[in-house]
Design a binder for this molecule. Structure first.
Ligand code: FA5
Length: 357
């Protein structure tokens, strides 16, 4: 009687399964695959030997061998899944960033507390000075129509005075009809229109806010800067009232030792007009780079309201008169804190900013 080629099958299956489990890495298992379930496996040799069996025996032996192969392949797949899982966890573990130390370091580091920027702080101080003098504080939009920024201020299209303000236009509506305001003076118009509509004259207001000009930044200029506008509309107002307000403000804000002066100037919306200058605080009047060696720094412009402006907003110039002024908040901050170059205000160097906390 011949021994069946499958006589040792269960031993082979047990051997193959324990060999599967001997592999401790995916690479080992992969390398052994041909010997475990592939062409070089004992199962494949047994498959070939079945050919020698009688047909009726071959069928039963074939089914037995197929079952044995299923069991070994299942053990192989299960072990491969286990090895893949542990390989993934090992990779994740290797990538893990231990934040313990970092978090601890942050908890113990001193926390830097912010504070209002120097320009914002200056704006508040200026508002306080004017409120103490009896003014109210109002605000207007930064994006204006050509009418508010220019026309209502007696600057019609193509007027040569438009060259005084190098303008950023907003791409809205008809070309060159919407602007980033070049000064806070259009807010005067809004205020006067409102006072006429509400029948609430007189006006004693200051209007701080951001303005934009296509100016090349230098020691005294920025492209986005701040002004504070002043407007008084009342009965019997004269140039002496304007000069008194400017003088009182200068001493209240800069101190008694800083002088101011008014010099004749031209603005289309005031007549007469003046430029308002103070002693340069960097050189105390001796002359330096910041004041272009003049000893004086221009803070702003001012003047008596031009009758054409009163007419544009519907105020009776026979009954009411007034004055307006507008000056640079950044320029005030620069002079008050003796900052030689205004560009330092926008460079965000914390060593500079910390000095003004
Ligand atoms: C005006 O803007 C007029 N609207 C002022 C005015 C108001 C006159 C009311 C009469 C009545 P001017 O262009 O000179 O004027 O600007 C006034 C001030 O704003 C300047 O003196 C300066 O302090 C500040 N300023 C102007 N341009 C800049 C700039 N690019 N960067 C920083 N500050 C500026």
């Amino acid at each position: 009687m011949t021994t069946s080629p499958l006589a040792e099958l269960s031993t082979h299956v047990a051997d193959l399964i324990s060999r599967v489990h001997l592999a401790t890495t995916l690479a080992d298992l992969q390398a052994d695959e041909p010997f475990l379930i592939g062409k070089r496996s004992v199962l494949s040799s047994l498959q070939k030997s079945l050919g020698a069996l009688a047909p009726e025996e071959r069928k039963a032996a074939g089914a037995q061998l197929q079952e044995a192969r299923r069991v070994v392949e299942e053990a192989f797949a299960t072990h491969r899944a286990t090895l893949e899982r542990s390989a993934r966890s090992a990779a994740l573990e290797a990538d893990r960033l231990d934040l313990g130390d970092v978090v601890l370091a942050q908890v113990h580091a001193p926390v830097a507390v912010g504070h209002p920027g120097i320009v914002a702080a200056t704006q508040r101080q200026l508002e306080d000075v004017f409120v103490a003098m009896g003014f109210r504080v109002s605000e207007g939009p930064e994006v204006e129509s050509d009418w508010y920024n220019f026309e209502a201020l007696n600057i019609p299209p193509a007027h040569p005075a438009r060259g005084m303000w190098d303008t950023f236009y907003v791409d809205l509506g008809e070309p060159e009809t919407v602007v980033l305001r070049t000064h806070t003076s259009p807010t005067q118009i809004h205020l006067m229109e409102r006072a006429v509509a509400d029948d609430s004259l007189p006006i004693h207001s200051v209007m701080p806010g951001r303005c934009y000009r296509r100016d090349t930044p230098d020691a005294r200029h920025l492209a986005a800067f701040h002004q504070i506008e002043g407007l008084v509309v009342d009965r019997g107002i004269s140039f002496a009232d304007l000069a008194g307000v400017i003088e009182t403000f200068t001493h209240a804000y800069f101190g008694a030792d800083i002088s101011s002066r008014l010099r004749p100037a031209y603005f289309p919306f005031t007549e007469p007009s003046a430029e308002f200058e103070i002693t340069c605080t960097i050189c105390r009047g001796d002359g330096c780079r910041t004041c272009s060696h003049t000893g004086w720094i221009e803070l702003g412009g001012c003047g008596m309201l031009d009758p054409a402006v009163l007419e544009a907003v519907g105020i009776d110039g026979d009954e009411w008169s007034g004055f307006a002024f507008g000056f640079g908040i950044d320029r005030c901050a620069q002079m008050r804190h003796q900052i030689a170059d205004m560009r330092a205000l926008i460079e965000n160097d914390v060593r500079f900013l910390r000095q003004f906390s």
